[in-house]
Design a protein around this ligand. Sequence first.
Ligand code: IMP
Ligand code: MG
Length: 181
Amino acid sequence: MHSDIERILYNEKELADLTDRLANKINADYENKQLVVVGILKGSIVFLADLFRKITVDCTLDFMEASSYGSSAVSSGEVKILKDISTDIKNKDVLIVEDILDTGNTLSYIKKYLGTFSPSSVKICTLFDKPCRRQKPVTPDYYGAAIEDLFIVGYGLDYAEKYRNLPYVGVLKPETYHLTV
Ligand code: IMP
Ligand code: MG
């Protein structure tokens, strides 16, 4: 285990089980649909790489990157698109894939934005959900696990861009975690 990690919350086997369960539901729901998977950079990529290989229905893949305005750790609620999709999603079934749904600011903005391109549907699949932190009324259509108000890293999730490469999801030691970054 990495020396900055206090405890592991989900190990590799548990993450694979969560991903299996999500893929099974998605495969059942999107049979005969025109699925466009939109991964949200950067946090989703490890989860997405595993999930995507378990999707058996016809689908295409695209990415978006978004960030909150300002440098404060407290999300301002305003979202800036840093990378847009290049796929025509009109009349397609869009599935947004995200690492974690927190305040909901990012995904409520992205969901609304993608909705302006007249897709048949826009749904959200997030590996983790922190419902207690929600500020916007957004609910995931698919989520791997709900967690309490903890800051987690690994399996794509970062703290100040670090720890994305850890193969498990863990909680940082308090001395590593500075709220001001
Ligand atoms: P929201 O707009 O507040 O829902 O923010 C979602 C984004 O905040 C996620 O895509 C993550 O990048 C980040 N985030 C929220 N909670 C955590 C966490 O516990 N660990 C790592 N990143 C997090
Ligand atoms: Mg993210």
